[in-house]
Design a protein around this ligand. Sequence first.
Ligand code: NI
Length: 392
Amino acid sequence: MTLKKKIEDLVDRILPEVIALRRTIHRNPELAGSELSTAALIRNTLIANGLELLPPFLKTDVVGILKGKRDGKNIALRADIDALPMQELNNFPYKSSVDGRMHACGHDGHAAMLIGAAMVLIKLRDELKGSVRFVFQPGEEIAAMGKDLVDAGALKNPEPDAVFAIHAQSGYPAGSIISRPGTIMAAIGFLKLKIIGRGGHGSRPELTVDPILVGSRIVESLQSIVSRNIDPQDPAVISICRFEGGRNANVIPEEVILEGTTRFFDNKVGEQIHRLIEQTIKGVCLASGAIYEFDYKQPYIPTVNDSVYVEAARKVTEKYLGSNMWFEMERALLGGEDFAFYLRDYPGAFCFIGIGEDSPALHNPNFDFNDEAIRNGIIYLVAMTLETMEAN
Ligand code: NI
């Protein structure tokens, strides 16, 4: 029997259980850093299947190691497990049981596929040349806890020769694999600004320092940074997404709050953007007599794939899933991904897995991970692991 057929048979045997697990996780979404019951479910399932687990590095991570009979490479496979603070509008039996929380980014599917890959690889232990580390990571959304997990040593002893992860993507055939060499996802910055003026009566603006006017000028001025200071060949985004201040029609408020996000692919551009944003805020506030408090964080760095492993992913996809199932992206996306911190320290590949051409977009209230993608997702993870161990 070929290895391909052997993997397919093993996956088909566990598929119903993995789909049931996916739906259980979907029904019980938990937010970044609070994935206690999700982690317990993963932990119990892996222990029942005979996987050796490490003590948690943070609080809600689950990291397991499978040692093969022979020495060789170490491969790390990662799934994120957190949900989003949004209301689900789906109405199927396994819809979110918690108001205001849902799995709208497919992390329920990622966790289920990685559990499935662990189940299959445990049965293939005799064929393993090396070891496999399974990393179920909390807090991918907003919190970027992938950085905390890597920095806490979750990938040490032994360190991986290669790291792999897959993430749901709508708009592609269910079970297809999509990626590109080099930069695939952007770096993300978040800014928070409080502008403090002097409040007063709406009829006496000359006695006030109007923070709404100052804020408006800042929002407008920030939009000339990308168009007039950044090289047009370097993609960058600055978006102000929150502008809050004032309570009624005739009181000029004391202060306003602005929040926003930045996106870029190049760290030098990121440093330039950060500096110019603060310079703009400082200049406008000085000219207006307002003072400000400014906070800027950059929790996500660019996600950069190793071209060798993207090529390996293409070969594995074509061999195990079919030649029509591989798609190479022409451009990187301006979304962020904390798998970037795994790829900062180790070579590897971040790929998307298609969940259907007509699937609602990620973070949409009608989103649902497509169970039809699970079979291919598990085969891909297992085959990437075995083929990478075989490669020189
Ligand atoms: Ni996601």
